[in-house]
Design a protein around this ligand. Structure first.
Ligand code: IPM
Ligand code: MN
Length: 353
């Protein structure tokens, strides 16, 4: 059966890196004998500037027909911040109910890590970020807008259902990873006493009832970022809400060697998932062939796992390790020792071998 994949190259360096993951997808399909079809969509800043549309009517329904979406990057220097992010990225996450944002934090061998005395054996954890609720839900509003007494309220929405499905996903993942089998809830129970009380209660409720084999740990978000720098080896799986997850995964990306390597999956386990390098559109590097495509190829690896192509996914992972470990001089844009497309070629060759 052929996998139907939607491709949204998007803005900035998005198209350049997506071409490289498609190259690797082709190599993986040839090697492991699966077939796929891709359909490209031009959603992004250029289309918005031309038509005033972010996602046109019917686009989300169209995307529902695919098994997975490969996204490059969204964000354009000429478009006011927020329009494309909300209109495309967040809308896709919400309307396709991609309730998990999965962000592995893994330091590959031979990659520079900003943490002193920490190596690949210390940095290998996954952040499970809730992806459809919290402060991102858009609840709130203004009172007396434009007056000196103006009030702006932005509320964090946490539903029992949303919290529970996110925690359950995280428990299952912790079991499947089979490492330290420790799931850390990252919250702020000392201040956000409604939202994280719910998270904490559900965490222990379903932990006791369904996951007695998984060790449960808790850390406030401020302590979490401290431990991520000081003792990253303590973490196996971290589960947290949308806003905290957004913040701690940028730190995670730095700890694993920068935006050139960090990938994320917006996952609806029962529906259509979307995979992206989390570095953004990097306008200053656009069109120069210097951006690192490894993050996008790591997103491909996650996509293949979701498609059930486990062997191919594992091979892509090995190919990344091989190329990063033995070929690239640096993970930073312009300093890899190779162009964007040469890096794609190297990984594709390693997949084929
Ligand atoms: C991310 C990004 C987005 C987010 C932005 C672009 C809306 O920072 O994927 O982490 O905040 O979720
Ligand atoms: Mn972010």
């Amino acid at each position: 059966m052929s996998h139907k994949i939607a491709v949204i190259p998007g803005d900035g360096t998005g198209p350049e890196v997506v071409v490289e993951s498609l190259k690797c997808l082709e190599a993986a399909a040839a090697k492991f004998g699966f077939t796929y079809e891709t359909t490209q969509f031009d959603f992004g800043g250029e289309r918005y500037k031309r038509t005033g549309e972010t996602l046109p009517d019917g686009a989300v329904d169209e995307l529902r027909q695919f098994k997975a979406i490969m996204l490059g990057a969204i964000g354009h220097p000429d478009v006011k911040p927020g329009i494309l992010e909300k209109g495309i990225l967040l809308r896709a996450r919400f309307e396709l109910d991609q309730y998990i944002n999965l962000r592995p934090v893994k330091l590959y061998p031979n990659v520079d890590c900003p943490l002193k005395d920490k190596g690949p054996e210390d940095i290998d954890f996954v952040v499970v970020r809730e992806n459809t609720e919290g402060l991102y839900a858009g609840a709130g509003g203004y009172l007396k807008q434009g007056t000196p007494d103006e009030i702006a309220v932005q509320e964090s929405v946490n539903t029992r259902k949303g919290v529970e499905r996110c925690l359950r996903y995280a428990f299952e993942l912790t079991r499947k990873r089979d490492q330290e089998k420790t799931l850390t809830l990252c919250g702020k129970t000392n201040v956000l006493t409604y939202a994280f009380d719910l998270w904490e209660r559900v965490f222990h409720e379903i932990g006791d009832a369904e996951y007695p084999d998984i060790k449960r740990d808790y850390a406030h978000v401020d302590a979490t970022v401290m431990w991520m720098v000081k003792n990253p080896e303590w973490f196996d799986v971290i589960v947290t809400d949308n806003m905290f997850g957004d913040i701690i995964t940028d730190l995670g990306a730095m700890v694993q060697g920068g935006m050139g390597v960090a990938a994320g999956g917006n996952i609806n386990p029962e529906g259509v998932s979307m995979f992206e390098p989390i570095g953004g559109s990097a306008p200053k590097y656009t069109g120069q062939g210097v951006i690192n495509p490894i993050a996008s190829i790591a997103a491909l690896q996650m996509m293949l796992e979701t498609l059930g192509e486990d062997e191919a996914a594992a091979k892509v992972g090995e190919a990344i390790v091989e190329v990063v470990g033995t070929k690239l001089e640096s993970m930073s844009a312009g300093r890899m020792g190779y162009s964007t497309s040469e890096v794609g070629d190297l990984v594709a060759e390693a997949i084929a071998s």
